[in-house]
Design a protein around this ligand. Structure first.
Ligand code: ATP
Ligand code: MG
Length: 546
């Protein structure tokens, strides 16, 4: 049965009070501290008048205070809306307006932007956590000099996070209906357009944690780690995004695990910590695995403790997975999920031989996945390509204040309520799913459907290609024609011409799928979670053609 999210923290903190929840710059934050601090902050929020159903915004990098604030809000039945720390003040204000946030938690490093946002949208309180909070005492003065956070004017609406910790814990828990009450208003990645708020209930997240457990338990079994010891998870993914928040932050609390917390992406530090803390589970995105393969000498690090690396959020090129496994010896498996399905719906099994390269794997337990007609509310027979649709306890209640989008996103069929993912996929005869492309990235060449992803896979096989993205550009004769944007590896920059790439692709793809144009770039536009933003490339192209 789904439970309120706070129940997991209560249980873990009472079973393992002394266990480390977070390692933060060498400091070990224990479960009893996380439980106690979130109780205190819950009390402080209640004193501020925040109650069930109110919106609490979190605009800060990964930090123990993020987790404290999240669980404090959950305990009083409030709804958290996390914001990308890279957001500008205008973007913060936009999400605050859309969600009708009442208070904002932020960090000293974000203070200037938070205060500007507060001029546009008046929060009742702006609570500022210092990045040095929870660091070891000896490190604080050094860290302060390095961080050089702006001077903070406390007083009025601006409150110091540390002050909230002086409130008396009262152990209050709001009565929560897990299937109805929204614990988080999560905004989508903004890859294809303006981010939309997805209403995520307590049950959505707690179901997904239960569904993921068998996968992490395989790690425990394979490494002989019993329930009496934590798994150590690498916390490189940002918690404001659903992927890292559910699979790392909430999962670790649910399972009593330890997270290595990083406010910033520092690859060398992360790789050396893996050996130091014997981390076994590493969630990442293709750009991170790409950086590990291409930008560092992995032989300098002890990565033998890594038992399960998981890639999600965008397609994992088969060639990249192969090279990562060869370089590190760690198994890398692809999974799939989205904000609206809080978060994972598919994952490849860890066991060798049970996974399939290029596939997102099998649906999680209690998850129905099918292929639907792109327009009609009908499921297609096995083997056909169409839109991936999902039904399961992790599927969101709906988009916040977006009746039109909700109408398009859901349909009923065969006794189930299906959610349209916007991704094109097919299922093989063994039930493994393959993402072909995003619906919005499909190219129409003379009436043929060309999937940008298929061309990208071929480009990634070229020994000189570091990154590739294919979009459709206007073509008088064909309607649209594929154009590839390519980032070359440093060692190849002088030797290769666009025509060589076109030739390579032409030898491997049917004529209608061949990229008609290739442009070299030194980098590709990316979102904060590392997704290549094809819509920016498209906008640039369209402005040239206009
Ligand atoms: P927006 O909906 O605002 O345009 P977004 O879809 O990128 O942004 P997220 O919810 O963060 O926002 O991402 C979900 C999407 O990520 C999926 O719909 C899918 O397109 C993509 N995705 C996730 N995992 C994979 C994967 N393994 N392979 C291919 N695509 C993936
Ligand atoms: Mg989306």
């Amino acid at each position: 049965r789904p439970e309120p999210l706070y129940a997991y923290l209560d249980r873990t903190a009472s079973s393992y009070p002394e266990r480390t929840a977070f390692v933060y710059f060498g400091s070990h934050v224990k479960y009893k501290t996380l439980a106690d601090h979130s109780d205190r902050v819950a009390k402080a929020l209640r004193e501020m008048g925040v109650s069930k159903g109110d919106i609490v915004a979190l605009y800060m990098p990964n930090h123990p205070a993020f987790a404290v604030a999240f669980y404090a809000a959950a305990k009083i039945g409030a709804t958290v809306t996390p914001m990308n720390p890279l957001y500008t003040p205008g973007e913060v204000a936009r999400q605050a307006r859309d969600s009708e946030a009442r208070v904002l938690f932020t960090a000293d490093v974000q203070y200037d932007k938070a205060i500007k946002a507060n001029e546009e949208y008046r929060f009742e309180k702006v609570i500022v956590a210092e990045m040095t909070e929870y660091m070891p005492a000896w490190l604080k003065p050094i860290a302060r000099r390095q961080i050089r956070a702006p001077r903070i004017k406390y007083g009025g609406a601006v409150v110091k996070y540390a002050e909230l910790l002086s409130y008396e814990a009262e152990g209050y828990r709001a009565a929560v209906k897990p299937e109805e009450d929204v614990v988080a208003l999560m905004y989508t990645g903004g890859t294809t357009g303006t981010p939309k708020g997805a209403e995520i209930t307590h049950a959505n997240i707690s179901s997904n944690l239960q569904q993921l457990k068998p996968f992490y338990d395989v790690v425990r079994r394979s490494r002989g780690i019993g329930a009496d010891a934590p798994l150590v998870l690498v916390g490189v993914l940002p918690w404001y995004h659903i992927y890292g928040q559910v699979t790392v932050l909430h999962y670790s609390i649910f399972d009593g695990d330890t997270v290595l917390v990083y406010p910033r992406f520092d690859l060398k530090k992360i790789l050396s910590d893996i050996g130091k803390y014997k981390a076994s589970v590493f969630h990442g995105v293709p750009t991170i695995f790409n950086a590990i393969v291409n930008s560092v000498d992995v032989r300098r690090y002890d990565l033998t403790s890594l038992a399960f690396c998981i890639s999600g959020s965008s397609p994992l090129p088969v060639e990249l997975a192969r090279r990562f496994e060869a370089a590190t010896g760690a198994p890398l498996r692809e999974g799939y999920g989205m904000t609206e399905t809080a978060v994972v719906t598919h994952l490849n099994p860890l066991l060798n031989g049970r996974h399939k390269a290029g596939s997102i794997g099998l649906p999680l337990p209690s998850t129905y996945a099918a292929i639907a007609d792109l327009e009609k509310p009908e499921l297609l027979p096995p083997g056909q390509t169409g839109e991936l649709v999902i039904s399961g306890p992790q599927v969101m209640k709906g988009y916040h204040n977006r009746p039109e989008e909700n109408k398009e996103a859901f349909f009923n069929c065969c006794g189930l309520r299906w959610f349209r993912t916007g991704d094109i996929a097919y299922m093989d005869e063994e039930g493994y799913f393959y993402i072909v492309d995003r619906k919005k990235d499909m190219i129409k060449y003379k009436g043929y459907s060309v999937f940008s992803r298929e061309i990208e896979e071929v480009l990634y096989q070229h020994p000189c290609v570091k990154e590739a993205a294919v979009i459709g550009v206007p073509d008088q004769e064909a309607g649209e024609a594929p154009k590839a944007f390519v980032v070359l590896k440093d060692e190849c920059k002088e030797q290769i011409k666009p025509a060589d790439i076109i030739k390579w692709a032409s030898e491997r793809l049917a004529p209608y799928k061949r990229p008609r144009y290739v442009e070299f770039r030194s980098e590709l536009p990316k979102s904060a979670v590392g997704k290549i933003l094809k819509r920016i490339l498209k906008e640039e192209e369209l402005s040239k053609w206009a």
